[in-house]
Design a protein around this ligand. Structure first.
Ligand SMILES: Cc1cc2nc3c(=O)[nH]c(=O)nc-3n(C[C@H](O)[C@H](O)[C@H](O)COP(=O)(O)O)c2cc1C
Length: 216
């Protein structure tokens, strides 16, 4: 039964079964045994501009979200990425062909925010980035900081987003996946689609794909 559900979810994810995006995608538990050493991952980390278009399988999507900003200490609710004042100000949006999802770290699932393919908005003036099957988008809600003036909160927001982005980069380096941290995006239209509040800032995005194999 579990296998059947995973297969159906995969078909939904790749958009093969239905034009409609599922309301939520239940992610698989993180596989903390996968990957290479941190030192090897650091030696391989790099930014790509060459994207493979194949969709990620559910385990890879699940582990990507968990590596980025998953809950790694259930007793305190703390995350794989640190945050200033433990404000957990970064929301991780995941843009797929089928829709935009927000990652619920406590439940380890993706909730649908907007149906449809909006990867071109995250790609912005670098349209090739829309070829990546997954774009991770880091949005900070600076109202979650219970101290600091606005300029300081914005500084913390940028640092916190950078940490999530680096978690993504290390996961990708470890798995041989392609990624690139990017500030480029169509912030105006993304704000509208995501219905962001004034206190929410679009900071960074990381397209993610399998490594594109070239014939040369
Ligand atoms: C905060 C930040 C913003 C970036 N924004 C963009 C961007 O908008 N577009 C882009 O192509 N690369 C962007 N990059 C990627 C850098 O160009 C890249 O990291 C740099 O060339 C070094 O290459 P490396 O990551 O392979 O070491 C950004 C990197 C960082 C850290």
């Amino acid at each position: 039964m579990k296998k059947l559900i995973i297969c159906l979810e995969l078909l939904f994810l790749t958009g093969m079964l239905s034009a409609q995006a599922p309301k939520f995608i239940r992610l698989l538990p993180p596989n903390t045994d996968r990957g290479i050493s941190v030192m090897k991952a650091l030696s391989l980390r790099s930014s790509t501009t060459d994207w493979d278009t194949a969709g990620l399988i559910l385990q890879d999507l699940s582990d990507l979200a968990w590596s980025a900003n998953g809950m790694n200490r259930r007793e305190t609710g703390k995350r794989t990425a640190p945050s200033a004042l433990n404000a957990q100000d970064i929301d991780l949006y995941i843009l797929l062909k089928s829709g935009i999802y927000i990652y619920d770290a406590a439940e380890h699932l993706l909730n649908l925010v907007a149906e449809g393919d909006f990867r071109d908005l995250a790609a912005g003036s670098q349209p090739e980035a829309a070829q990546a099957p997954v774009i991770c988008l880091m949005v900070s809600d600076i109202s979650r900081f219970n101290a600091g003036e606005e300029d300081q909160r914005l500084e913390w927001a940028a640092i916190d987003a950078g940490t999530v982005s680096q978690n993504i980069a290390l996961f990708c380096a470890s798995e041989g996946f392609a990624t690139r941290p990017r500030v480029t995006m169509d912030k105006g239209n993304l704000r509208k689609i995501l219905k962001l509040k004034d206190s929410q800032y679009l900071i960074l995005n990381n397209p993610v794909s399998y490594n594109k194999v070239t014939d040369n």
